[in-house]
Design a protein around this ligand. Structure first.
Ligand code: KG4
Ligand code: ZN
Length: 347
């Protein structure tokens, strides 16, 4: 019997990634090309991202197929991130997938980028299946969900302003560290003392109760302002070099503390002690360790390797396999949507 072969394509931000997934579980090939054109600008420049995807996508697909020794006409379906993300960048992947699906007469499966992050841990751990409470933390989103089964998600909390990854990136910029800031801060924080600069825990107070609108929501913009104030004091005193690691540690500990506390509140409310951590910030070891410590021996934490935590094509192929199994196929008038709503999400 021939295998179901799904090509997953991810171009929503600054990674051009393509993966080939067999029978919804075996990763035959996975190529991720991170764009470096943005480095000198200290952040992703949308127009440059789109152009860079366009320049390399054909080659990235060819490389993935070559590694798996599979030809285009053997593919069963094309899964592609249709949103959310940068519109120009998304369009490159969506147009490519539409052309290929139409040309070969195969199904086109649109994928939601954040739902794809939910599927990433299950590529490496077959136990990473619902039910679970999910904390999704990326450069553009911070979501706390309860997932009872794939495709059915209840929104428990979300950020009111900056995403967790965005806060890492902005803080890194204040500390004069390169983009993306998350890994830089994590590295630096290991050498720092978080207690040296006490920072606020945003939107986290003891007197909050279930039902309060801010009980499970997040806010990171005030924390960024607090860091900016400490940085300018330290800079005025000519001490940025000596204090940088302490500032990074203080910031990381405030974010980790807040994310972990709210996730544990969600665990308490739902009674579900299985927690799934996804999105780029889930690569952060301090966050994983803190969540796992607070969950204790009675809980389970699911996350993926760093490669699959960051934007990648495998998670897109995996999410596409799920949507395809439900017969959810995109039409050829499919458009990319920069603010695509999360499928199956209820308030
Ligand atoms: O999911 P992702 O790769 O792309 C988006 O969908 O946005 O997440 C990227 C974000 C960036 O903000 C980056 O700084 C952050 O994830 N990030 C981290 C770490 N690695 C990546 N944040 C904290 N610690 C890390 N080790
Ligand atoms: Zn992402």
């Amino acid at each position: 019997m021939s295998r179901e072969l799904i090509l997953g394509i991810e171009t929503s931000c600054d990674e051009t990634a393509v993966a080939l997934l067999a029978d919804g579980k075996d990763l035959l090939a996975h190529v991720i090309l991170s764009q470096d054109v943005h480095e000198i600008y200290g952040g992703v420049v949308p127009e440059l991202a789109a152009r860079a995807h366009l320049a390399v996508l054909d080659d990235v697909v060819r490389e993935a197929l070559g590694r798996a020794e599979v030809s285009l006409d053997q593919l069963s379906a094309f899964g592609v991130t249709a949103g959310p993300g940068l519109i120009g960048a998304l369009l490159v992947g969506v147009c490519w997938a539409k052309g290929a699906a139409f040309g070969l007469g195969r199904p086109l499966v649109p994928v939601h980028h954040m739902e794809a992050h939910l599927f990433a841990p299950s590529l490496e751990d077959p136990e990473a299946e619902p039910p679970f409470v999910a904390l999704l933390v990326s450069g553009g989103h911070t979501l706390l969900l309860h997932c009872e089964s794939w495709g059915r998600y209840r929104l428990l909390g979300q950020t009111r302003d900056d995403a967790a990854g965005e806060a890492f990136d902005k803080t890194a910029k204040l500390l004069e560290l390169p983009y993306p800031g998350g890994p830089q801060i994590e590295l630096l924080a290991r050498a720092g003392d978080p207690a040296r600069f006490p920072l606020p825990r945003p939107m986290l107070r003891r007197d909050q109760e279930p039902g309060d609108p801010d009980f499970l929501d997040f806010s990171f913009s005030g924390l960024k302002t607090a860091v900016a104030e400490r940085v300018s004091e330290v800079r005025r005193a000519g001490r940025l070099e000596e204090e940088r690691a302490h500032l990074a540690a203080a910031f990381q500990s405030a974010v980790v503390d807040t994310l972990a506390a709210k996730t544990l509140r969600a665990v308490g409310l739902t009674g579900c002690r299985r927690v799934l951590l996804g999105g780029g910030v889930s690569a952060n070891r301090a966050l994983r360790e803190e969540l796992s410590r607070r969950l204790g021996p009675g809980g389970q934490l699911f996350s993926s390797s760093t490669r699959l935590s960051l934007d990648n094509g495998a998670m897109v192929a995996k999410a596409a396999a799920f949507r395809l199994s439900r017969g959810e196929i995109g039409e050829l008038d499919l458009n990319a949507n920069a603010s695509l709503p999360f499928p199956g999400l209820s308030a």
